[in-house]
Design a protein around this ligand. Structure first.
Ligand code: ACO
Length: 328
């Protein structure tokens, strides 16, 4: 079996019921629906309930994906949860999901690559499956970003939302495959987009809470410029590695951080609007969950069929970026 003969057998997603609109945000910070819509493309985002942790959303998404794959949780061999909002530092969110699913025979772990987390997890899982180490994997992007949002900072609080998406991966007979991928990291931008408090650098204290170190800090302008460049470059690299052009792409599912970033990427790749999936208006930026949710959405809307060439591209905190091209 070729190392890349992997099929995304099924998908699932979970979005919390509570909807927070731009109008709602106008009551919390000095902002406007008009500013948020024109600068980001976001109209609403979902907010998890107080009792809902990241693993709860991840579990719901994985349960749907496993049902659609007709797989018993006990058959699962590998669980990877991509998240920057784990339930707690340890154990990993993957461990909680494994327990909730009853996936007693699975190895579970988390991947922290911010918004690139789903693509990093896809590649990691494909490599495990490709070498025959495991026969299947459930990869999940899940975030409760509203739990690390500073609701007094209008620069960031309007951007983020909660949700989860899951995919079941199995080896294929060669018709479905990971055609190519490209991953990258530049840690020198680490403090352009980060949460400074709570770790070993700044352990939780009254001061870290008072100084709001336990929430997202972002230099939006810098991130914006790097994002546009890196997303275009990584996706072009993946197309080169796959030996395809944009003409061959059935649909591109980009990370949903800002509609202007997505549009800039779309135009530079000369892709028509109908070939680029956008749901940022509904969910905002759900970091590691966004591509997983998007993939489930295009499946549920009947926009993809077996054999289609699907592109994924993301960038996020780290900075990290990555792209993957699959034959579905
Ligand atoms: N409402 C009203 N005004 C606002 C708001 C708001 N919510 N937020 C910022 N502004 C103001 C600023 O204060 C500034 O005012 P000033 O000119 O008086 O100083 C003005 O709007 C323009 O601010 P900019 O930062 O230049 O606005 P920009 O057009 O760059 O948009 C944004 C900001 C949306 C954050 C954009 O830079 C962006 O999307 N950056 C990338 C974000 C991203 O993709 N993050 C990565 C993923 S997240 C992750 O990995 C967890």
């Amino acid at each position: 079996m070729s190392g890349n003969n992997i099929m995304i057998k099924s998908t699932g997603a979970y979005l919390p019921v509570k909807i927070l609109t731009n109008k709602d945000l106008e009551k919390i910070v000095d902002t406007s629906d008009e500013w948020i819509t024109t600068r980001t493309g976001i109209k609403t985002r979902r907010v998890a309930a107080d009792h809902e942790a990241t693993s709860d959303m991840a579990y719901e998404a994985a349960k749907i994906a496993l049902k659609r794959a007709n797989m018993d949780p006990q058959e699962v061999e590998l669980i990877i949860v991509a998240t920057i909002t784990p339930d707690m530092f340890f154990p990993s969110t993957g461990c909680f999901v494994q327990d909730r699913l009853g996936a007693k025979n699975a190895v579970a772990m988390d991947v922290n690559a911010a918004c690139s987390g789903y693509i990093y997890s896809l590649v990691i899982a494909c490599k495990f499956l490709g070498t025959g180490s495991y026969k299947n994997a459930v990869i999940i992007g899940a975030e409760k970003l509203t739990s690390i949002t500073n609701w007094e900072d209008r620069n960031t609080c309007v951007l983020f939302g909660d949700g989860a998406g899951a995919s079941v991966l199995i080896p294929s007979n060669g018709e479905s495959k990971l055609l190519a991928f490209d991953l990258g990291t530049d840690g020198s931008y680490g403090e352009e987009l980060f949460m400074p408090g709570g770790g070993s650098r700044n352990p939780a204290s009254i001061e870290t809470v008072e100084n709001k170190l336990h929430s997202i800090r972002m230099n939006g302008n810098t991130i914006f410029k790097v994002a546009v460049n890196k997303m275009k470059k990584t996706f072009t690299n993946s197309m080169g590695n796959a030996g395809i052009t944009t003409e061959d792409i059935s649909i591109l599912i980009p990370h949903q951080a800002n509609l202007r970033i997505i549009e800039s990427l779309r135009k530079s790749l000369h892709l028509p609007k109908e070939k680029v999936h956008v749901n940022i208006d509904k969910y905002g930026n759900t970091s590691a969950a966004s591509i997983a949710i998007g993939l489930n959405e295009v499946y549920e809307e009947g926009l993809i069929k077996r054999g289609d060439i699907i592109g994924f591209v993301a960038f996020g905190g780290g900075l990290t970026w990555g792209s993957a091209i699959i034959q579905y």
